[in-house]
Design a binder for this molecule. Structure first.
Ligand code: RI2
Length: 318
């Protein structure tokens, strides 16, 4: 518990992220930056240190919502490291400028990686998607802008069926869509030219942490000889993995897997609901970021460049 006054927008955003009303790593990042800006506007502390302490409390509230997507702590790092100032008004100004700059960079990064990812797609390609990733869809949108015709086989992505969101977004772009159940993926890979997924976190060894089912899809794609790429802005790079930490995999509510009455009808069973899995780098052909395309094993060079100073936790200080 904190005794700092948190802005209602911070509490609302935290609840929306936890319930997945706001979801997708990039969207979570943008919402967190906006919530910090709202906190900066709402805080009436006149002392600069007190102002910073309230901002950090807001950061802690946002940080505790979902553990796997590193875009959330990376957003908090970006904004909360820029709280210099001898008086509260200057700190507020710096926080608002940092949050606005972060939002701009987020949009630009997605556009830039889309251009790079689109270059991997050929006119007439059929792609296969898993879950819903705005970074992945940016590659498709850019390919269409380049005049390429793309069609898609979309995995529904149990248990929350986020493939439906992808299907709708692709249809809005005019892309022909075939929706399949997850277990049909291997059967349809023979008809696929490129598998395209997003990421919630990327490890220093090039591991891709993405929606549960990605690793099985990647292994099947490799076995079928179908290239697979991850579209991930650099805010998906997990700085703590540079120091050997592993990425925590979020376990979600069992009710997402099976309704209570159906579960009761079965009898005593254990239900597990991991939201993400880890695809080893050897099963991924490329990680596409706004800074270029990387073989997964070489992503560490970019991570050292970006996070050379290591992973601080500016929200942790009370
Ligand atoms: P963008 C999603 O997680 C999916 O796993 C998706 O691949 C990833 O976030 C990245 O999404 P969830 O929040 O940042 O739906 O590319 O659990 O939009």
């Amino acid at each position: 518990m904190t005794d700092h006054d948190l802005a209602p927008e911070v509490e609302e955003t935290a609840e929306a992220i936890a319930s997945m009303e706001v979801r997708g790593a990039a969207t979570i990042a943008g919402a967190a930056a906006d919530a910090l800006a709202a906190q900066a506007r709402a805080t009436d502390a006149e002392d600069a240190d007190e102002f910073r302490a309230t901002m950090r409390a807001a950061g802690r509230r946002l940080h505790e919502t979902r553990p796997t997507a590193v875009s959330l702590p990376n957003t908090l790092r970006y904004v909360l490291r820029r709280m210099d100032g001898a008086d509260a008004a200057t700190v507020r100004e710096n926080v608002l400028a940092a949050a606005a700059e972060f939002d701009d960079r987020l949009d630009a990064a997605q556009d830039d990686l889309g251009q790079i990812g689109a270059n991997r797609l050929q006119d007439g390609d059929t792609i296969m998607t898993h879950c819903h990733s705005t970074d992945a869809l940016s590659c498709v949108e850019a390919a269409l802008d380049q005049g390429k015709e793309i069609s898609a086989i979309v995995k529904e992505t149990r248990p929350r069926n986020q493939g439906h969101i992808t299907a709708e977004a692709l249809r809005e772009m005019g892309v022909p869509v075939t929706l399949i159940v997850d277990s049909a993926a291997r059967r349809y890979l023979d008809e696929v030219d490129h598998v395209l997924v997003g990421a919630d976190s990327i490890g220093a060894d090039g591991s891709v942490i993405n929606k549960i089912g990605t690793s099985g899809l990647a292994v099947n794609a490799r076995e079928r000889g179908v290239p697979i790429m991850t579209a991930a802005q650099t805010i998906k790079l997990h700085p703590e993995t540079l120091a050997g930490h592993t990425v925590e995999i979020e376990m979600r509510d069992e009710a997402e897997v099976i309704a209570e009455d159906a579960r009761e009808a079965i009898g005593e069973v254990t239900v597990e609901n991991p939201a993400f899995d880890v695809t080893p780098p050897r099963y991924m052909d490329a990680i596409v970021t706004e800074s270029g395309q990387f073989p997964p094993e070489s992503i560490v060079t970019l991570m050292r460049e970006l996070f050379g100073e290591g992973a601080t936790e500016p929200w942790a200080e009370t």
